[in-house]
Design a protein around this ligand. Sequence first.
Ligand code: CP3
Length: 344
Amino acid sequence: MNGRERFLRAARGQPVDRPPVWLMRQAGRYLPEYREIRSTQSFLETCRAPDIAAEVSLQPFRRFGMDGVVVFSDILLPLDSLGLDLDFTPGPVVANPVTDEAGLARLEGSVAEAMAPTCQAIRALKRELGDRAAVIGFAGAPWTLAAYASEETLSRDLVALSALSYRDPALLDRFLDRMADVSAETLRVQIEAGADVVQIFDTWAGMLAPDRFERFAGRALRRVLEALPAGPDAPPVIVYARAAAHLVDAIAALGTDVISLDWRVDLAEVAARLGDRISLQGNLDPAALMAPPAEIERMVADLIEQGRKARGHILNLGHGLQPQIPVEGVGAFVRAVQESASAQ
Ligand code: CP3
């Protein structure tokens, strides 16, 4: 079974020879060959040069042969086309955040144009990879996009967005609708370019209590999901939310194919409760890749066992790889999944 087929089958809940594996942020600063490329150009320049973006996306695949290759880009790239003045230092900085009605009215521009280099990188990845791995496109969820767009540098408590949700919820609704359209368009153009599967990152949804998730982030996320192609051949959709153990059921009810769990969630419990309806992704603590290889192998075997009750399980971390993670830890993680085939 090739990597692309393995990935798609697991996402759709069909039998596989072993679970597929990839890692969020698998292209990035923990790799010396990535740092080498970044020594001569900025992060945004790298995203906007399709050949280099494709090359950077392939770097982890060449080393480890994951079953999924995520295109090198950023969830905030489309905001740039809407007139937001965006920079990365390395975290995102928005010089002119949206704080009121006038700021919202100012947002116009072509998402397709902003995403053109990413789409070209996807076409290059498809040519290079064939069926060896699934090409993964992605976008930010409306709530998370609005969080970054509403502050110059994001505060841990999402001060601006939380204030707006109580001060003027109707304005926040319009803001989220706008971000939902951006998110859907970002995914749509990547699917047209050939993305096999797409992931929506709701990194900050976990800040919301369940009722407020339904009211704001969940409602907008449903709008995105409803705008995407449906049917048995449509690319499967993965929804990731961080620190959102209290939202797992609400997210699963939105109609996504896969839910990506962070490491604070008990994967076995979710697999037993919801696993006949939805595939799972995750959920090793990224810091666990600091452990000795034998310990990583043990943790992977345990995760695979936990995921068996689900209709499908895609091995991944519970959040993105950090720059300080050793390359050997990533290798041990991927290898442990690949070698689990004989144990199925
Ligand atoms: O390998 C991959 O996963 C593909 C590329 C990718 C990046 N960002 C590249 C990147 C993906 C999927 C993202 C998603 C993203 N971007 C999210 C959702 C995932 C998450 O981490 O919760 C968010 C919230 C962002 C916004 C963003 N971009 C942040 C918070 C940062 C700083 C993070 C850091 O590690 O310093 C970025 C910059 C960024 N995006 C980098 C990379 C490789 C580091 C920039 C650099 O190389 O200088």
